[in-house]
Unconditional design. Structure first.
Length: 671
C-alpha cells in the first residue's frame, strides 16, 4: 500500500530545503555586495581624510583661502600639484558656511586667481552637505558610477570631509576618489569568499539532496518490503495463505470466463517434527527454506506456490487439462521432497504427502476446493505417507464421522462419562494376583461400545489425550488405593503426555490425592515413544522413577531399537507383545526368541510380563522360560471395578493352582 501523504510530505520537505539553500545563496550574495559597498565607503572616507590632512599640512596660506577666499600664488601652485594625487582625480573646496570656493578643474585656467577677485563669488548656492552634515560633525560619502562620461571613472566616491588646522575647522574639501580598481580588488576578494561560501552551501545542498534521495530510497525499499511481507511468507519467500487465496480467486474467475483450468495441491512434510525435535527449530527453518526452493524449481511459469503455515505448503497448478497433468506434478513433488536435505552439517530425510483437487471437478468454490485438497492430503497420509492422492467423497464422509466422534469424545471427557476396566496380572504360577492393568472403555450413547483402537488415536490427534490421560491417572490411583496392598495398578501413557511438561506434576497430584503409595503405581510406555526426543523422555522417566513409580516398556520386541533402550534406562519391567505369545507353543523359533528376551531381561535385573496368555500350553511354555508375570484371557478378562474378585482371591487360588499344576505335569510328561 502506498502512502501519498508521506510522499507529499517528503517532496514538500525537499522543496523547502532547496528554497532555504537558494535563499541562503541570495542572502550571501547580498551580504557580499553590502560588505563591498561598506568597504568602498570606508576606504573613500579614509582617502578623503588623508587628502584633507595633506592639504592642511602642505598648502601655504590655506587659512586666507578658506576663510576669506583669497588664494596666494603659492597656495594655488601647491593646489595644482595636488590636483591629482593617488586615486584623487578631482576636488572642491568650501568655506565654513558651505560656500564653494574653487573646483580643481578651475586650476587649469592660467588666469585663475590672478584677477584679484575673491573666490566663491561665481559658484552659485552654498552646499547643504557642507553646512548641515560635515560642519555638524559628520562626514558624507556618496558612491557614484561614471559610465558614459569621459571625465569620470567607472566607479568613484564623493567624500565631504573637514579641513582641520590647529584643532579648528577651516573649511571643507570634497574629494573625488577613483574607486574602480579598488572596487575590482574588493569585489574579487569578496567574490572569492562568496564563492567559497556558495560552494560550501552548494556542497551542503548536494549532500542534503543526496541524503534525501537515500532516505527516499530507503523509504521506498521499506514500503516495498512491507508490501512484500504482506503477501509473502517471510521465512520461505513463498506466498502466504491470504495471497494464495487471492491467487485462487483470480484463477477461478479466469476459468469461469473461458480460461484454462487449474488444480490445488496441498503438501505436508511427513517427518518434519522429528527434525525439529532432534536438530532444533533453526534446522527446521532451513528445511522449510529448501522445500520452498525445490518447489520453485518444480512449478512452471504461471503456477504459484505458498506456505500455508508450519510445514504445510500448497501449489496452484495452472493450465490443467486432465488429472494426468496433476498426477505428474504431484509425483515430481513427492520424489523431489523425498531426496535428502543437507542441514546443519547433517543429512536428513523428510519426505512429503500430497493431496490434490481440481477446480470444476471436485469443487467450484475456492474455499471448498482447498477443503477437498486437504481431505485428499489426509487420505495420502493415511495411506502410508510419501505419496499423493486425489479427493475422495467417501473419505469426506469418514472424516465427517470422525469429527462428530471427536466432539462426542470431548463431551464425554468433560462429563467423565468414560470408565476404567481392570485386567488382572498374575505371578508366574498363574495363581498369585499381583495387580491390575487399567484399560479405558467408552460406552457411547448411540454407537455403543467404541474400541480403544478407535478413540485413543482420535484423542491423540485432537490433543484430548492429555486431559483424558490425567483423568485415567487420578481414577486408577483412587481405585487402587482401596485395594489391599501390595496389589498394584498399571497405567498406559501416551507419547503426547510426554510432550506436556505437566506429566510429572500430574502423577504427583494423583498419588497425593488418592494416598496410593508410589511403589504400587506402574506406568507403561510404548517403544515408539523412545524413538523421538529420547533425552527429554528419559529425563521424565528418571523423574518418575525417582518418586518410586515403576516403569514398564509395553509391546517389547515389536519396534526397531528395543535393546538400545534397555541400557539407556533401567526399566523395571518389559512386556512381551501378544504376537510372540500367540505362536509360542507352536513355533520353535518364537520360543527361542522369547527365552532369549527373558534371559536378557533377567541379566539386566528386569522383570518380564507376557501379554495375551489364552491357553494352558502358552502359560506352561512361559513358566518354563522363567517369565515373571502373566496376563491374558486364560487368567482373567478386563472387568469394571465392581466386578473385581481379588478380595476372595484366596478361595479361587486353590482351584486354579491344582488346574495349573496338573496341566504342567501333563505338558512335562509329553516332553
Amino acid at each position: 500500500m502506498k502512502h501519498p501523504i508521506r510522499k507529499s510530505s517528503s517532496w514538500k520537505s525537499l522543496g523547502l530545503w532547496i528554497a532555504g539553500v537558494t535563499a541562503g545563496l541570495l542572502l550571501a550574495g547580498a551580504a557580499v555586495r553590502e560588505a563591498a559597498l561598506k568597504h568602498l565607503n570606508a576606504d573613500a572616507e579614509h582617502t578623503a581624510l588623508q587628502y584633507a590632512h595633506m592639504l592642511a599640512a602642505s598648502v601655504p596660506d590655506l587659512e586666507p583661502l578658506l576663510t576669506r577666499g583669497q588664494p596666494s600664488p603659492a597656495a594655488l601652485e601647491q593646489l595644482r600639484r595636488l590636483r591629482k594625487a593617488g586615486d584623487v582625480f578631482r576636488f572642491k573646496m568650501f568655506a565654513r558656511d558651505g560656500r564653494q570656493l574653487l573646483v580643481s578643474d578651475d586650476l587649469d585656467r592660467p588666469s585663475f586667481g590672478g584677477d584679484g577677485k575673491q573666490l566663491g563669488d561665481d559658484h552659485g548656492a552654498k552646499s547643504a552637505h557642507v553646512r548641515d552634515i560635515v560642519l555638524g560633525g559628520r562626514n558624507y560619502i556618496e558612491l557614484k558610477e561614471g559610465a558614459g562620461r569621459a571625465d569620470r571613472p567607472w566607479l568613484y566616491s564623493e567624500a565631504y570631509v573637514p579641513v582641520l588646522k590647529n584643532g579648528g575647522i577651516l573649511g571643507v574639501v570634497e574629494v573625488y576618489v577613483d574607486q574602480t580598481a579598488r572596487r575590482d580588488r574588493i569585489q574579487s576578494a569578496f567574490v572569492t569568499v562568496g564563492g567559497v561560501v556558495a560552494l560550501v552551501l552548494m556542497l551542503v545542498g548536494v549532500m542534503g539532496v543526496s541524503q534525501w534521495r537515500q532516505r527516499m530510497h530507503a523509504h521506498r525499499q521499506a514500503e516495498e518490503r512491507m508490501r512484500y511481507l504482506a503477501k509473502h511468507d517471510a521465512l520461505s519467500g513463498a506466498l502466504n495463505r491470504a495471497s494464495f487465496n487471492d491467487v485462487m480467486q483470480r484463477a477461478a474467475w479466469r476459468c469461469d470466463t473461458g480460461g484454462a483450468g487449474f488444480a490445488v495441491l496441498c503438501i505436508d512434510l511427513d517427518r518434519f517434527k522429528e527434525i525439529n525435535d532432534s536438530l532444533g527449530h533453526s534446522a527446521g527453518d532451513e528445511v522449510l527454506q529448501q522445500v520452498a526452493q525445490r518447489l520453485r524449481g518444480l512449478v512452471r511459469s504461471g503456477d504459484d506456490r505458498a506456505r500455508l503455515g508450519g510445514d504445510e505448503f500448497a501449489v496452484l497448478q495452472s493450465g490443467v487439462r486432465s488429472p494426468d497433468d496433476v498426477a505428474t506434478l504431484a509425483k515430481r513433488i513427492v520424489e523431489s521432497l523425498a531426496a535428502p536435505f543437507e542441514v546443519a552439517g547433517e543429512t536428513v530425510t523428510c519426505g512429503a504427502s500430497v493431496g490434490a483437487a481440481i477446480y470444476g471437478v471436485d469443487a467450484r468454490a475456492t474455499d471448498q476446493l482447498m477443503h477437498m485438497a486437504d481431505l485428499a492430503l489426509y487420505r495420502a497420509k493415511a495411506g502410508g505417507r510419501g505419496t499423493f492422492s486425489f479427493y475422495d467423497g467417501e473419505l469426506d464422509m469418514q472424516l465427517q464421522a470422525r469429527r462428530e466422534l471427536s466432539r462426542d469424545l470431548r463431551a464425554a471427557i468433560a462429563a467423565e462419562a468414560l470408565t476404567l476396566h481392570y485386567q488382572p496380572l498374575y505371578a508366574a504360577d498363574g495363581v498369585t494376583l499381583t495387580g491390575y492393568e487399567a484399560l479405558l472403555r467408552w460406552s457411547h450413547a448411540k454407537r455403543g461400545n467404541i474400541p480403544p483402537s478407535d478413540f485413543i488415536p482420535l484423542a491423540e490427534d485432537t490433543g484430548l489425550i492429555v486431559p483424558l490421560g490425567a483423568w485415567v491417572l487420578r481414577q486408577a490411583c483412587a481405585d487402587a488405593a482401596r485395594w489391599p496392598a501390595p496389589l498394584s495398578v498399571s497405567v498406559n501413557l501416551s507419547a503426547a503426555q510426554f510432550r506436556d511438561d505437566q506429566l510429572v506434576p500430574t502423577v504427583q497430584a494423583a498419588l497425593g490425592t488418592s494416598g496410593l503409595d508410589a511403589t504400587r503405581l506402574e506406568l507403561e510406555i510404548t517403544e515408539s515413544l523412545m524413538m523421538t526426543n529420547t533425552e527429554r523422555v528419559v529425563q521424565t522417566l528418571r523423574a518418575l522413577a525417582g518418586m518410586g513409580v515403576s516403569i514398564a516398556m509395553d509391546d517389547f520386541g515389536t519396534g526397531y531399537s528395543s535393546l538400545s533402550y534397555l541400557w539407556r534406562f533401567p526399566f523395571d519391567k518389559i512386556k512381551i507383545d501378544r504376537a510372540f505369545t500367540k505362536d509360542l507353543a507352536d513355533d520353535e523359533k518364537v520360543s527361542l526368541i522369547v527365552r532369549s528376551i527373558i534371559s536378557l531381561a533377567h541379566a539386566l535385573q528386569i522383570r518380564v510380563n507376557a501379554e495375551g496368555v489364552e491357553t494352558t500350553a502358552q502359560m506352561v511354555a512361559l513358566q518354563q522360560h522363567g517369565c515373571d508375570e502373566l496376563q491374558g484371557f486364560l487368567l482373567g478378562r478386563p472387568a469394571p471395578l465392581a466386578s473385581l474378585t481379588h478380595l476372595n482371591a484366596a478361595s479361587a487360588s486353590s482351584a486354579r493352582r491344582s488346574t495349573g499344576a496338573a496341566a504342567f505335569l501333563e505338558q512335562a510328561a509329553s516332553v
